[in-house]
Ligand binder design. Structure first.
Ligand code: GAL
Length: 650
C-alpha cells in the first residue's frame, strides 16, 4: 500500500464481531497490529464505528433491534444494515461499542479520523416500520405540531375521513388499499422523521467520538443520487462528507442515462457518465461546504446491475482526477484486494483475489505520483448555484405524477447544460447564504414556505438572476396546494402564474418556442399567464399550443425566470446561456461529447471520457499532460475553462 502511494487506510467498518466476539469480551489486538503496521509505514488510519453489522449474538439477545418492512416482516440476520435507527436497545449497544473502540484508540497516533457506520440507508434501510419507530414517530409529530387539531389541519385530514383524535392513534404508513395514494402529507412527515432519525443516530456516534479525541476528523460515506437521507443535515455533525463513487453503478441506475443494453449505455457503463458522477461530486462538495472525500472509488469491475463491465483502460486514473478537479481532497479506493469469501467476491479491487496486482493498481500508483506534483488547491466555488432540497424530492416521490419525474434527473438537465459550457456549478441547500452567486437555479423546488420565498425574491431584488423551473413553489411546506395558483408566494416576483400542468408520455409531441427558435422538451408541461412578466417561449404542440411556457420578469435590480417544461439539451443550453449572459458569468463554446473542463482554484482539468483524442489550445501552462488529450486521459491547465479551446478533429 505504501509503495502504491496510499496515505490513508480506512478499515474495520464491519468488524463488530471480531472486536467483540462475545458480549462484553473485546479483542483489539488484531486491529492494533494492523494500525501499527500501517502507521510504521508512514500511512494513517481512518477507523469506522462498526455499527452497520450487529453480530448474531446481539441480534439474538435483542431481536427487537431488527428493522421491519412495510408489512411488518423483520429483516433477518445474514447481510448488513439489519438494525433500526430508533431502537433504544440498539442505541445503547451502539454507545457501548463506540465507547469501547473510541477509548481504545483515543491515544493512538496513527488513527486520525473516523467514518461513522457505513452507507446509512443502503439497501433501502432508511425507513423502518417497527414498534420503536411507531412510538418515535408519534413523539416526533407531537413535538412538531403540539396539538392533534393542528396536525389534522396541516395535513388536510378531512380528506377521506383521515382525521386523528390523538397522536397515539397515528401509525406508520404501512400497506393500505390505495398504495399509490397514501396521504402525501403523512408520507412527507414520515420521510422527514426517517431522515431525522438517521441524523440523530449519527450524532450519537459523533458525540462519543469527539469526547474521546477532539482532534479526530469525522466523516460518513454517503452514496450517489441517494434520495432518502438529507445529507446536509447529517453532515452538520461531521467535519466533511465523503461519498462512495462507483461510476458504473450510478450511471446505470440514473434515469437520465441511456438504457445500459444500448450501445451508448454500454459505453457509458465503462467510463461513467461524467455529469452523473460530476453532479454527485458537486453535491458532496456543497454538503461539506468545501473539500470532500471519495471514500470508495471504483477500482475495477463491480457487481453493478444490470451489467458489470470492466472499466475502460485509464478510468481508475481518470475518475480519481475527476474527483480531485471537483474538490475531492482524498481519493480512497474500494478495495485493496478482492475478497475471496462472502457476498462481494465479484466486486473488483486494486489487487486480484490471489493478491496479484489488478488493472487498477498501476493507475492508482500513477495518480498518487501526479497528486504529489500538483499544488494544494482550495475547493472549487462557482458563480452559479443550484438549490438542492431533499424535502421537495420526497414530496415528488410520494406524488410522482409520472414515474419519469426523477428529481436528480431534472436537476441534471440544467447541470449538464452548464457543465457542457465549462461552468462550475455549486449545489447548495436552501438555507445557505446565496448572496455571492451571480445566478441561482431552483430546479423543481416544489415546497416553498413564505420565509424561503422572501429570501429568493430578495436575492433577485438585490440584483441576482433567479431561474425557477417546472413544479417550483407549487406546494406549501405540508405538501398542500395553496389557495392561490403557483408559484404562490413567488408570484409577485415572477409576475406570472401557472395555470395548467400535464405529464406527457415519450410518444407525445413536446415542442416549445424559445427566443424565436423551436425546441424539444420532455415529460412535463405547464402553461402560464403572464401578468407583468415577458413571455419568452410558447408551446407549439399539444393542447397548450400558443400558451406561455417560459417567462422572464424584471424584479427590482435582478430577474426572475420560470421554465414550465423539462428541457431537452438544446433548450437547456439556450436557457442557461441566456441566464449566464444576464448574470455576466463567462462561459466557453459547447464542449464535445464526453469532454469536460473542471476548474479548481485557477487550474482546469481537461478530462476526456470519450475514446478519441482531442486537442486543447491555450496560451497558459499545461501542468500535467499535453495539448493532445487521448481518450480516457486528461491534462491540467493553469487557465479558466472559457480560455481553453477544445478541438475534437485531431
Ligand atoms: C459499498 C459499501 C462497501 C461495499 C461496496 C461494494 O456500497 O460501502 O462496503 O459493499 O459498496 O459492494
Amino acid at each position: 500500500m505504501a509503495e502504491t502511494g496510499i496515505e490513508y487506510v480506512r478499515m474495520a467498518e464491519f468488524a463488530w464481531n471480531r472486536i467483540e466476539p462475545e458480549p462484553g469480551t473485546y479483542d483489539f489486538e488484531w486491529l492494533e497490529e494492523a494500525v501499527e503496521l500501517i502507521g510504521e509505514r508512514g500511512m494513517q488510519v481512518v477507523l469506522c464505528t462498526p455499527t452497520a453489522t450487529p453480530p448474531k449474538w446481539l441480534v439474538d439477545e435483542y431481536p427487537s433491534i431488527r428493522q421491519e418492512t412495510r408489512d411488518g416482516t423483520p429483516k433477518e440476520f445474514g447481510s448488513r444494515r439489519h438494525y433500526c435507527f430508533n431502537s433504544p436497545a440498539y442505541r445503547d449497544e451502539s454507545r457501548r461499542i463506540i465507547e469501547a473502540v473510541a477509548s481504545r484508540f483515543a491515544d493512538n497516533e496513527y488513527v486520525v479520523g473516523w467514518q461513522t457506520d457505513n452507507e446509512f440507508g443502503c439497501h433501502e434501510t432508511t425507513h423502518c416500520y417497527c414498534d420503536d419507530c411507531q412510538s418515535a414517530f408519534q413523539s416526533w409529530l407531537e413535538e412538531k405540531y403540539g396539538s392533534i387539531a393542528d396536525l389534522n389541519e396541516s395535513w388536510g385530514n378531512a380528506f377521506w375521513s383521515q382525521e386523528y383524535a390523538s397522536f397515539a392513534e397515528i401509525d406508520l404508513p404501512g400497506p393500505t388499499p390505495a398504495q399509490e395514494q397514501h396521504h402525501p402529507s403523512r408520507l412527507l412527515d414520515y420521510d422527514r422523521f426517517a431522515s431525522d432519525s438517521v441524523a440523530e443516530y449519527n450524532r450519537l456516534h459523533t458525540e462519543l467520538l469527539r469526547q474521546a479525541n477532539e482532534e479526530w476528523f469525522l466523516t460518513h460515506n454517503f452514496m450517489g443520487d441517494f434520495p432518502s437521507i438529507d445529507a446536509f443535515d447529517v453532515t452538520e455533525d461531521l467535519d466533511f462528507a465523503a461519498w462512495d463513487c462507483y461510476p458504473a453503478l450510478v450511471t446505470q441506475q440514473a434515469p437520465d442515462t441511456p438504457d445500459p443494453s444500448s450501445e451508448r449505455g454500454a459505453e457509458l457503463a465503462r467510463v461513467g457518465d461524467p455529469d452523473v458522477v460530476g453532479m454527485n461530486h458537486a453535491l458532496y462538495r456543497g454538503v461539506s461546504d468545501g473539500p470532500f472525500w471519495s471514500m470508495e472509488t471504483q477500482s475495477g469491475d463491480i457487481r453493478a446491475f444490470p451489467y458489470a463491465p470492466e472499466p475502460a483502460d485509464g478510468m481508475v486514473r481518470l475518475w480519481s482526477h475527476q474527483a480531485a478537479a471537483h474538490g475531492c481532497d482524498t481519493v480512497s479506493y474500494f478495495r485493496w484486494q478482492r475478497c475471496r469469501f462472502g457476498q462481494e467476491q465479484y466486486w473488483g479491487a486494486l489487487n486480484n483475489y490471489d493478491g496479484s496486482p489488478d488493472r487498477g493498481l498501476p493507475e492508482a500508483r500513477q495518480v498518487a505520483e501526479e497528486f504529489d506534483d500538483l499544488p494544494d488547491l482550495d475547493a472549487p466555488s462557482g458563480d452559479v448555484a443550484m438549490l438542492v432540497d431533499y424535502e421537495s424530492l420526497w414530496a415528488f416521490d410520494s406524488e410522482l405524477h409520472t414515474p419519469e419525474y426523477d428529481y436528480w434527473g431534472h436537476l441534471r438537465a440544467y447541470y449538464r447544460a452548464l457543465r457542457a459550457r465549462g461552468v462550475t456549478v455549486d449545489l447548495v441547500p436552501t438555507d445557505r447564504n446565496l448572496t455571492d452567486y451571480e445566478a441561482l437555479i431552483a430546479p423543481s423546488l416544489h415546497l416553498v414556505d413564505e420565509e424561503l420565498a422572501e429570501r429568493l425574491a430578495g436575492y433577485a431584488a438585490d440584483g441576482g438572476e433567479l431561474l425557477l423551473t417546472a413544479r417550483s413553489a407549487m406546494k406549501d411546506e405540508h405538501h398542500k396546494l395553496r389557495d392561490e395558483l403557483a408559484p404562490g408566494p413567488l408570484s409577485d416576483a415572477l409576475g406570472a402564474r401557472i395555470v395548467q400542468h400535464e405529464s406527457l408520455s415519450p410518444g407525445s409531441e413536446m415542442r416549445t418556442t424559445y427566443g424565436g427558435e423551436t425546441y424539444e422538451y420532455r415529460t412535463w408541461a405547464e402553461w402560464l399567464t403572464a401578468e407583468d412578466a415577458t413571455v419568452v417561449g410558447r408551446h407549439s404542440s399539444g393542447v397548450a399550443t400558443g400558451e406561455p411556457a417560459v417567462v422572464l420578469n424584471d424584479h427590482e435590480d435582478g430577474h426572475v425566470g420560470y421554465v414550465g417544461v423539462w428541457p431537452e439539451p438544446e433548450l437547456a443550453d439556450a436557457i442557461t446561456t441566456d441566464l449566464l449572459e444576464r448574470a455576466d458569468v463567462q462561459f466557453g463554446d459547447r464542449l464535445p461529447d464526453l469532454v469536460r473542463l473542471t476548474e479548481r482554484d485557477g487550474y482546469t482539468w481537461v478530462t476526456n471520457f470519450g475514446s478519441k483524442p482531442i486537442e486543447i489550445s491555450s496560451d497558459a501552462d499545461i501542468v500535467l499532460g499535453g495539448p493532445i488529450v487521448e481518450g480516457r486521459d486528461l491534462s491540467v491547465v493553469r487557465a479558466a475553462p472559457h480560455e481553453i479551446e477544445v478541438n475534437q478533429s485531431v
